[in-house]
Design a protein around this ligand. Structure first.
Ligand code: ATP
Length: 304
């Protein structure tokens, strides 16, 4: 085998409850992660040295994303090689569909994809739980990008518990021009809270019940993100995007993670088209994508 192709999904947080700042600067969260069919594709090919290239689906190079070991896919390949005791001789190519710094864990998806692809290429023989351990060390969202589906995340988000979820949900993603820095959004959240005591983070029972029954109306009504006010404060145009989707009859809407991507829940694939058309017509965002969830985590889709 000289090359392996892996796809990894974007995540949205159906509920994101954020605690106060911890001593280490992180925040404890309780979140219902949901993997959707907006995916990055990574090809790992045997090579004389470690390298990475990132392009859009149209083949346009993404020069604003780091290409050194601070790229999460490179960091993942290096961590796996060290753990498995092999040389990290691999050329990575990422075709990005997940917006960069969009609050949809695109970097984490690439890290999970690199772990799965290099694991197959190098035939490391590591167990799934050993890969999950490497994933948690790479970033809070990477373990979820490995497993996908719908799951509860606690701690920094890296402690996962499976969620009993029924049904398939239809989403519209409004991708904003430019990203938001995750640390900046958490800092703004702390600033807006003004030092008032913050309760233990917790995902609402109504949200968990909606997932158990697969009830899209109930899910739409219980979507919640504690970071939404902070993201809207830093990027006020998001309020207009949210309003446009609401007027188009979305069952629910929310800023995804730390933003600035905004997601809308539709009743059906046809309804998703209506919402997407309304969003495109108002020009409040750079692009609009439709997706469904839940989908699987990082997985091999081809080798050669
Ligand atoms: P977070 O997981 O912190 O919520 P996000 O989903 O908002 O992040 P990402 O697309 O993961 O956003 O990118 C966050 C930052 O990580 C980018 O600004 C970029 O500099 C860096 N980064 C490192 N590796 C990657 C990668 N493979 N793809 C995209 N960004 C990456």
């Amino acid at each position: 085998m000289t090359s392996v192709t892996v796809r990894a999904p974007a995540k949205i947080n159906l509920g994101l409850s954020v605690g106060g700042p911890r001593a280490d600067g992180f925040h404890d969260v309780a979140t219902a992660y949901h993997a959707i069919s907006l995916q990055d594709e990574l090809v790992a090919a045997a090579s004389e040295e470690l390298s990475i290239a990132l392009t859009t689906a149209d083949g346009i190079p993404l020069d604003d994303v780091p290409q050194d070991r601070s790229n999460l896919a490179v960091a993942a390949a290096l961590a796996l090689a060290e753990r498995a005791g092999v040389e990290p001789l691999v050329r990575l190519h990422v075709t990005k569909s997940i917006p960069v710094a969009g609050g949809m864990a695109g970097g984490s998806a690439d890290a999970a994809a690199a772990l799965v692809a290099c694991d197959a290429l190098w035939q490391t023989g590591l167990s799934r739980s050993e890969l999950a351990e490497l994933a948690a060390a790479l970033g809070s969202d990477v373990p979820f990008s490995l497993v996908g589906g719908t799951a509860l995340g606690t701690g920094r988000g890296e402690v996962l518990t499976p969620v009993l979820a029924r049904g398939r949900f239809h989403w519209v993603v409004a991708i904003a021009d430019g990203g938001l820095s995750t640390p900046d959004v958490y800092a703004e959240c702390d600033r807006l809270r003004g030092g008032t005591p913050v309760p233990e983070p917790r995902v609402a029972d109504a949200l968990m019940a909606a997932l158990r029954t697969g009830d899209a109306d109930a899910l739409g009504a219980s979507l919640h993100n504690d970071l939404q006010a902070a993201a809207c404060s830093l990027r006020p145009s998001l309020r207009e995007t949210l309003e446009t989707g609401a007027q188009a009859g979305a069952l629910g809407s929310l800023v995804s993670g730390s933003g600035p991507s905004v997601v809308f829940l539709a009743r059906s694939p046809e309804h998703a088209i209506d919402i997407a058309v309304a969003l495109s017509a108002t020009g409040t965002c750079r692009s609009v994508r439709r997706a469904h969830g839940p989908v699987a985590g990082a997985r091999v889709v081809g080798d050669g």
